[in-house]
Design a protein around this ligand. Structure first.
Ligand code: GSH
Length: 285
């Protein structure tokens, strides 16, 4: 999506419902600095306790109504990151933002150690953070298992998401990509035909996630939601705007992810759901 249609308030909402282990993994460096370098002679000075870092190491620029952004917002909370969120509404094409991120896309993280200081693309962000902090629960290390998670995410971004975008963006008030019927000055009937065709095309990849990637397991990741599951559940949220009739398994699947992740899921999902409720109420008025 190029730009969303409403401005949403942008407060830092990043108090993660965290698992201590993941939190420790996310903030690994605090202690060593506390010891004095030289051994004290007679009366040792009291040991200085290392102060917790004041600024969160990870900054996330995001847009609240977007499921691409919801994906990383859910992951960051579920992984227990002490991150800070900035609402980038209205700023993605500013010279300052574009100087750092010429693709003008959110979600975007800033993290020390990244060669260019920033990273965008929701799946790449989750892969990077999971790799960096050893979060195997979300992104398995074993090559074959990891490949399935990667395959599911690439399939989503390359195949399912374009259908979802074509089907939902007109109702969401998001602009279409150049070259698409929705973006052109074609007759509204033609646009509506394209939207319906995209909606009809969703069923096949959706079923592939169910029968192939889940393959009888609760989640693509097995017993626990992986980053691919977070990406898929967030994507399905958009379909509510066109009253897409999700199959029962998909409804149960999203509910199971929400139950597992709790507030980490429902808080960012609330922003997307709130936006959808808003556009639907506008459409009725
Ligand atoms: N494939 C990307 C899509 C990112 C994307 O489309 N971001 C939109 C919001 S949904 C955006 O930031 N648009 C702002 C702009 O283009 O100026 C991802 O998964 O992160």
């Amino acid at each position: 999506m190029a730009k969303t249609a409403t401005k949403t308030a942008g407060k830092s909402a990043a108090k993660a419902a965290a698992k201590p282990a993941a939190k420790a993994a996310a903030k690994p460096k605090a202690k060593a600095a506390a010891r004095p370098a030289v051994k004290a002679t007679a009366k040792a000075a009291p040991r200085v306790k290392a102060k917790p870092a004041k600024k969160p190491a990870l900054k996330l620029s995001m847009l609240k109504p977007s499921v691409n952004n919801m994906t990383v917002r859910v992951f960051a909370r579920a992984a227990g990151f002490d991150h800070a969120e900035t609402d980038a509404w209205g700023h993605t094409r500013s010279p300052e933002f574009m100087a750092r991120n010429p693709a003008h896309l959110t979600p975007m993280i800033e993290d020390k150690g990244l060669p260019r200081g920033v990273l965008w693309e929701s799946c790449a962000i989750m892969q990077y953070l999971a790799n960096k902090h050893g979060l195997e629960k979300f992104y398995p290390k074993a090559p074959a298992k990891r490949a399935m998670v990667d395959s599911a995410m690439f399939y989503l971004i390359g195949t399912l998401y374009p259908y979802v975008a074509r089907a939902t963006y007109p109702a969401l008030g998001f602009p279409h990509y150049a070259g698409e019927v929705g973006h052109s000055d074609a007759h509204p009937d033609k646009k509506s035909e394209a939207q319906k065709a995209a909606m009809a095309a969703i069923a096949e990849p959706l079923e592939v996630f169910h029968s192939f990637f889940r393959d009888g397991k609760p989640f693509i990741g097995g017993k626990n939601p992986s980053i691919a599951d977070i990406r898929l559940a967030a994507t399905l949220e958009f379909l509510a705007v066109v009253d897409y009739a999700l199959p029962k398994w998909a409804k149960d699947y999203v509910a199971a992810i929400e139950k597992k992740l709790g507030k980490a899921y429902s808080e960012p999902a609330g922003d997307v759901r709130g936006y959808i409720a808003h556009v639907k109420s506008q459409a009725k008025a």
